[in-house]
Structure formats: C-alpha cells, structure tokens
Design a protein around this ligand. Structure first.
Ligand SMILES: [Fe+2]
Length: 296
C-alpha cells in the first residue's frame, strides 16, 4: 500500500491515506509525510486507532517532543500530552502554539476523542500564502519587522465568564511570564518559504507604540485569516490532524453550546526561528528549557 495525499483546499490541507500511523513508520513513509506537510501545511488522518502512547510515538517520527505545555499540566501518565478540553477553556482566538517561548514547537498533532454533534471545527490558516498575498511594499515592510510575543497580556473577558475557575486557569497559564522577540516574517528552515509569524501572542511590534503595533498586526493578520487561506476542519472521532506550527495559525471555533469536546495535543520540539536576513529570535524573559529541547 502506498501513501495517498488528497488536497482538501487549494491553499491548505490534505487528507493522508494508505498509511497506518499506529505502527512504527518506515523512513520513506516519514519522508512522504514530511514532504506533504511542507506542501499542504495541515494533514488529516482518518480512523487512526491511537491512544496517548501511539500519538506520542507518531509525533516522535518528526522530532523530539516537548512536554505538554510550559505552564499547563499534562494528561495523567502522559507527560507529552496536553488535554484540549472544552471544560478547561476555549482557544477561540487566532494563534500559533506557544510562540511566546524562544523555540516554539515546529509541529502540533491534535487527536479527537470527543466531538460535539455540531460545531467545534478547527480553523487552520496558511501563513505563507498570506505573505504571498501581501502587496510588494507591505511584504518589504514586514520583512524588516520584529514582534514581541508573550503569554501575559490583557485580554477582554466577558463579565459572565469571570469565575473562580477561569481566574485559576489564567493564573496557571501565566505562572511563568514569557516574552520573546520573533521576526514578523519567518523563513521556514526546510523549504525556505517565507510566512507571516504573528498570531495572538504577538502583542507588540518592536520599536512601535502599543496603538501602532495593534494596527500593523491587524493589517497582517487580515491576510492570514482570508477565507482562501483557511482550512475549516470539521472533526470526526479518531482523527489526527498534524499541522506545521512554523507556518500556520489556528483557531478553535466556540460554536457548540458548551457540549463536551476533547482533543489530545502532542507537539514536536522546534528550532529557533530566523528572519529573512538570518537573524534569530531572542528571549527577553522566561526560560523554557523544562518544556522543550531546541531542535537543530
Ligand atoms: Fe492551539
């Protein structure tokens, strides 16, 4: 049986079939998956029959794993697995996973355990297509910029949602403050492709005021979230979605009336990002050595 890759949209997303990811993969299978990830940015595997151990083993084919999260606890007995549970909050904002650390994960895997009967889709956006969509003067402008990413920023929470549990979750999330400067345009280390590397943790453009930063970030973000650049993934149970965290953003839509929704996330350790002139990201605050090794 050979691996088959079927596009889901023109610019992002493909289904992968003809490979059983619950068993150890041959080097040529890993190479085919990596190549498909480079091209399509997000890959969907159906009927995966994986448990936590299997999900970790699959992700390990792409590199060393991170622990579950720098500040949030893992699934019991599975230190590399983060529970993504509707009961623990909603990621209904555009972001790239854990970009507040110096070397964010290069890839994320999400596996569906409980899927609501309606809604609960994950949006995944191609940040390289967004960069290519920019008019040339904006591309040149973006190439020069750096952004500060942090896990500790004020965001508006509706009054009715501020309860003790939410406050405790927030306190845990920010129990270590991270701030890292990343290039706004990141060069993908495997493909050389350029992508907008911003998302929700990017709070400030280096050298600009908060107000100016917001406008500039919103301008770029509007290109990332163009419908043409976005895969809207409707989950079924026992699926695994693998996405390239170096060149995508994602958003978990909160449109399922609070019904149970549970995914398990395992992430692959990443490299330190580099901009168009090769300059690398630098840490301003917070050490993530307990969370992630640095990929070469
Ligand atoms: Fe995420």
């Amino acid at each position: 049986m050979s691996i088959e890759i079927t596009k889901v949209t023109a610019r992002i997303g493909a289904k992968v079939s003809g490979v059983d990811i619950s068993r150890p993969l041959a080097p040529q299978e890993v190479a085919a998956i990596r190549e498909a990830l480079n091209v399509h940015k997000a890959l969907v595997f159906d009927d995966v029959r994986l448990d936590d151990t299997g999900q970790q083993a699959f992700a390990r084919h792409l590199g060393e794993l991170t622990t579950a999260h720098p500040t949030v606890g893992a699934v019991d007995g599975a230190p590399n697995v983060l529970p993504v549970d509707s009961e623990r909050g909603r990621a209904n904002h555009w972001h790239t996973d854990v970009t507040f650390v110096l070397n964010p994960p290069q890839a994320s895997t999400l596996r569906s355990l409980t899927v609501p009967p309606y809604g609960g889709e994950t949006l995944i956006a191609n940040a390289a297509a967004a960069y290519r969509d920019l008019p040339e003067p904006l591309r040149r402008f973006a190439d020069t910029l750096w952004a500060e990413h942090t896990n500790d920023y004020d965001y508006a929470v509706p009054d009715e949602e501020i309860d003790e549990e939410r406050a405790a979750q927030r306190a845990r999330f920010t129990s270590i403050t991270y701030r890292t400067a990343h290039p706004v345009v990141r060069v993908h280390p495997l493909t050389g492709e350029r992508g907008l590397f911003v998302g929700g943790f990017a709070q400030r453009i280096v050298g600009l005021s908060a107000g100016e930063s917001r406008k500039v970030l919103d301008l770029f973000q509007a290109y990332v979230t163009r419908p043409e650049n976005v895969l809207r993934h409707r989950w079924s149970e026992n699926q695994l979605v693998l996405f390239d965290n170096r060149i995508t953003q994602h958003y978990a839509i909160d449109n399922y009336d609070g019904l149970p929704r549970r995914l398990h996330r395992v992430t692959v350790a990443g490299d330190v990002p580099a901009g168009v002139e090769g300059k690398e990201s630098y840490s301003i605050e917070g050490d993530a050595a307990h969370y992630t090794p640095v990929a070469a």
